[in-house]
Each structure stands twice: as structure tokens, then as C-alpha cells.
Design a binder for this molecule. Structure first.
Ligand SMILES: *Cc1c(COP(=O)(O)O)cnc(C)c1O
Length: 338
């Protein structure tokens, strides 16, 4: 089966399983799991940030961050396509009690000017107090688009001027780093908190990391407990994360190349309309004429190619380490024959 539905479908590789088997463990709620502690220290050092917290999911790391940066009644500024707003079960409202100011960015990327306009006047008692700006990089539903770092720096200046916290949903940040030839430390310098997923393109079975200052992570640890996210011998999972950071970052470039190849093949079909710019490992394209998105998805499924119709008109395909070269070749042949 060629599973392009998401980069979350990857299975641990033999090397990763071996690392998990060999992991030293302890009770992480007591702070005594050496492998969790190692992963957290390693990640913090990589981003040149003070501390990190290992959590079960990227939804949890984002939600903890939002909760810790805000007070109930505050407002969070983000793009309309943001995962934190669209796909986290209404958590901004239920976990943090905050409202949201939605910006209409370019495939999910906002500018400093948009953020500036989105900040409420702090002296107007009618308005919610703006306290947090959250970016996503890469933008999942923008088709895996990435920011130019200079644009992030400009947004940071707006945050400093208006005393807003600055969070990054970096579920796929490593895809952006590889595509743009940037470093984690660059990002550590501008954001107050960063969430990264180990369970997407990096191929770990479970786990995300939240990064920030020591004080922020201490606060986050309490919120993680309250959300039920304190895990015990989590070193088995953290070992997969360590292995992923050591072995699965550079290979993301291969996924990006495969995404380009798929996009090119779809572009030659008369029933394919707009294809979102392919910058990393995601291909989102419009289906028109001969098929609906759902029809094309089920046709592909008969050929053992699994994709998601994300709307009546659009299909998403995501590349990852379980899609190998021979599968790409087979998929390209199927597309060409349609
Ligand atoms: C997958 C994802 C998350 C977190 O998802 P979990 O399934 O909770 O780990 C957060 N943000 C983005 C952009 C994502 O794609």
C-alpha cells in the first residue's frame, strides 16, 4: 500500500525499534526518565533554547503553549488555515478561554503588516486584549509552504512593540529548515515557544516537543499534567525521537523531491486545476471536470494509492519515509495512465 494520506502513517524503522528496545527508562512524572531527559536537553541545545518538554502530541504542545502565554478572555492572532484554530478541537476556547483574530495570509503565511493590523487597541475596553501571535511553518493546509526568515523577523518586531508572545507551530519545522537551508538555532532566537512533531516526517511513532525558557517549561509541565499528558516510562518513546533527530532530518530533502515529481505529473492532467506551490513534502491540487476529488481518491485507492480528499475539489498527498523511490515510480506511472 502506498499511503500518501499523511506523514503520520510511518512505522518505526528497524533501527528506531532497536533504539526503543535499548532505551533506559524511569518515571518521567518524577522527572526520572533518563532518555526523556536526554531528548529534552538535546532538543533545547539544538534550538539554543533553555528547556524542552516531551508531550504525547503536537496538539498538546500547541495547546499548552497557548494556555501558558495567555489569560482567559485574551485574543490569539493567527492565520485562518492554522492547525491551532482549525484542527485542535476548539482547544483555544476550551483550554485557554481565548478568542481568535483570524488573518487571511498567503497560503497560510501572514505578514508583519497583517499582524500589526490584527492587534487590538489595548486601551479600548470593548476589545479582547491581544497577547499571542502564533505562526505555522510549514503550513499544512497551505500545501507545505514555508516562511522567508526575514518575514518572521519582521513579525517578531511587531510582537516586541506590542508585547505579544510569539509561538511557532513547527509540526513540520524540519521540512522548512531543510528546504530553506536554515538552522533550528535561528528559530530559537526569535520565538518564545516552539512546538515540533517527531511523529510526522521524522518518523517517530508518538511524540512532540515544546521548547521555551526554563520558567515557561516549568509552567508547561504543570499544564501538561493537568491535561493528562504526564507519562511514566516514556523513554521508550523518547528514544524513537532521539533516533529520528539523529537519522531522519537530512532525508527530508528526498520527500521534497518526490513531492515535486508528483506535482509535475498531476500538472499534465486536464482534470487537474490549481496546484498549490510545492515547497516541501505536501502536494495539494484541485480536481475538476472528469472527477470530483472523492472520485479520484477512490480510483487511486483501487490502484493501492491512498490519498485524502480534503474538500470536494482538492486532494492532498503527503510524502514521508515510508514512500520509497519504487513507489514514486509506480505512482507516476498510474498518474500518467489516467
Ligand atoms: C499534525 C500537526 C499538529 C499536531 O498534530 P498531532 O496529531 O496532535 O500531533 C500541529 N500542527 C500542525 C500544522 C500539524 O500538521
Amino acid at each position: 500500500m502506498m499511503d500518501y494520506r499523511s506523514d503520520t502513517v510511518t512505522r518505526p524503522t528497524p533501527g528506531m525499534l532497536q533504539a526503543m528496545m535499548n532505551a533506559e527508562t524511569g518515571d518521567d512524572v518524577f522527572g526520572e526518565d533518563p532518555t526523556v531527559n536526554f531528548l529534552q536537553t538535546k532538543a533545547a541545545a539544538l534550538f539554543n533554547m533553555e528547556a524542552a518538554l516531551f508531550c504525547p502530541s503536537g496538539t498538546m504542545t500547541n495547546q499548552i503553549a497557548i494556555r501558558c502565554h495567555t489569560q482567559p478572555g485574551n485574543e490569539v492572532i493567527c492565520d485562518t488555515l492554522s492547525h491551532i484554530y482549525q484542527f485542535e478541537g476548539g482547544g483555544i476556547a476550551s483550554n485557554a478561554g481565548c478568542s481568535v483574530k483570524l488573518l487571511q495570509g498567503n497560503n497560510g503565511r501572514v505578514t508583519a503588516g497583517m499582524v500589526q493590523k490584527g492587534v487590538n487597541n489595548p486601551h479600548d475596553i470593548h476589545k479582547a486584549v491581544s497577547t499571542l501571535v502564533s505562526l505555522e511553518n510549514t503550513v499544512n493546509f497551505g500545501g507545505g509552504t514555508c516562511y522567508d526568515f526575514a518575514d518572521i523577523q519582521a513579525i517578531k518586531e511587531v510582537c516586541v512593540t506590542h508585547q505579544l508572545a510569539f509561538h511557532l507551530d513547527g509540526a513540520r519545522l524540519f521540512n522548512a529548515l531543510v528546504a530553506k537551508k536554515e538552522t533550528p538555532a535561528q528559530y530559537g532566537q526569535v520565538f518564545d515557544s516552539i512546538s515540533i512533531c517527531l511523529s510526522k516526517g521524522l518518523g517517530a511513532p508518538v511524540g512532540s516537543l515544546l521548547l521555551g525558557t526554563q520558567a515557561f517549561i516549568t509552567k508547561s509541565r504543570r499544564v501538561r499534567k493537568a491535561m493528562g499528558g504526564g507519562m511514566r516510562q516514556a523513554g521508550i518513546l523518547a528514544a524513537a525521537g532521539v533516533y529520528a533527530l539523529d537519522n531522519h532530518v537530512n532525508r527530508l530533502a528526498t520527500d521534497h523531491l518526490h513531492a515535486q515529481q508528483l506535482a509535475k505529473a498531476w500538472g499534465e492532467k486536464d482534470f487537474v486545476g490549481e496546484i498549490l506551490p510545492v515547497e516541501t513534502n505536501i502536494v495539494i491540487f484541485e480536481v475538476k471536470g472528469r472527477y470530483t476529488a472523492a472520485e479520484l481518491a477512490s480510483l487511486l485507492k483501487e490502484k493501492n494509492i491512498h490519498v485524502i480528499a480534503i474538500s470536494p475539489t482538492h486532494i492532498r498527498m503527503v510524502l514521508h519515509l515510508d514512500i520509497q523511490l519504487h513507489m514514486i515510480e509506480e505512482t507516476l506511472a498510474v498518474i500518467q495512465a489516467l
